[in-house]
Design a protein. Structure first.
Length: 311
């Protein structure tokens, strides 16, 4: 999969056909302007949601969006308190949040997946280590394991590299897999995936985390990840991401309070369409597999029928 070529192609289309729109809804204000569809929640998803809404609003002038975010709890609270239409979240709704929505508005959350976020662990191609357990990876990234011989490699210091805060991959690993451990101060942060993989290719002792094309440059190999020491090593392939087998990944969601209104359902259906998923690829995330897309469509379709029935 050549993600860079797809991204360039998509960006050309965006520049020609869809102006960047920072805010814009279904319905009209008293002055004739569209009332914005309000989206809030996880800050990790801000870039994705803004790109999706900019592209969609560029094609649908009667629709506008207001996008903000700090954390998933904020998004769920906005739905519970009827201060927003969509919550963006890197996690599933908690039982307490679902109970609060039920008690406050007599509604249930409607959840659809929109993308897969993932991290890859890269080493120099000459490194004999081909897989690591989550425990070993956590110990390496926290600085507890400092030499490759401790995980089956040669007697060589481990030099740590990773993306800087312009990429969400650091937050993904920290939030989902580091547990109580903290990242080592010895991790050298680099601004781009290209810089990360170039450094790994030049250093036999390097280990790096990044979010990158699944076919890295020559001299670099992606490590398989094991959920436990005795578990099977799973490599970051497209198939393993689509089927949720690869451990260093998580699903990103949109949530609605009850069946989404027609304009919301139309937007959500576009997000999980082939065109919407191309935008997902362009921001460096992995698109949904066919099973996830079909499940999302069925949830939207059943929700739409419920909305019609209750009018």
């Amino acid at each position: 999969m050549n993600w860079k070529a797809k991204e360039i192609s998509l960006l050309l289309v965006l520049c020609v056909g869809a102006p960047l729109i920072s805010s814009a809804h279904a319905g009209k204000s008293g002055e004739g302007r569209p009332v914005p569809i309000r989206i809030s929640g996880s800050g990790t998803m801000l870039n994705l949601t803004r790109r999706l809404t900019e592209w969609y609003a560029g094609r649908n002038k009667a629709v506008a969006f207001q996008v903000e975010g700090s954390n998933a709890t904020q998004g769920f609270s906005s739905l519970i308190e009827n201060r927003g239409e969509i919550a963006q979240s890197t996690r599933k709704a908690l039982d307490g949040e679902a109970g609060a929505l039920r008690a406050r508005r007599k509604l249930e959350f409607v959840e659809i997946p929109v993308a897969t976020e993932f991290a890859v662990i890269a080493v120099n191609a000459a490194n004999p280590v081909r897989s690591l357990s989550i425990f070993e990876l956590r110990a390496i990234l926290s600085g507890q394991i400092k030499n490759w011989k401790q995980v089956g490699g040669g007697d060589r210091p481990i030099r740590l590299l990773g993306r800087d805060d312009s990429s969400e991959v650091r937050h993904l690993i920290d939030e989902e897999f580091m547990g109580d451990a903290s990242f080592s101060d010895m991790i050298k942060a680099l601004p781009t995936n290209t810089a990360v993989t170039a450094a790994v290719g030049d250093d036999p002792g390097a280990l790096a985390f990044c979010d990158v094309d699944l076919h890295p440059q020559r001299g670099v190999r992606l490590v398989g990840i094991k959920a436990s020491a005795s578990g099977e090593a799973v490599e970051p392939t497209g198939e393993n991401l689509r089927t949720h087998k690869y451990t260093l990944s998580r699903t990103l969601y949109f949530y609605f309070a009850g069946p989404p209104a027609p304009e919301l359902a139309k937007f959500a259906a576009w997000v999980v369409s082939s065109e919407g998923q191309l935008v997902v690829e362009a921001v460096g995330l992995y698109p949904l597999g066919s099973a996830d897309r079909e499940e999302a469509r069925q949830r939207l379709e059943s929700g739409s029928k419920m909305a019609v029935a209750t009018r």
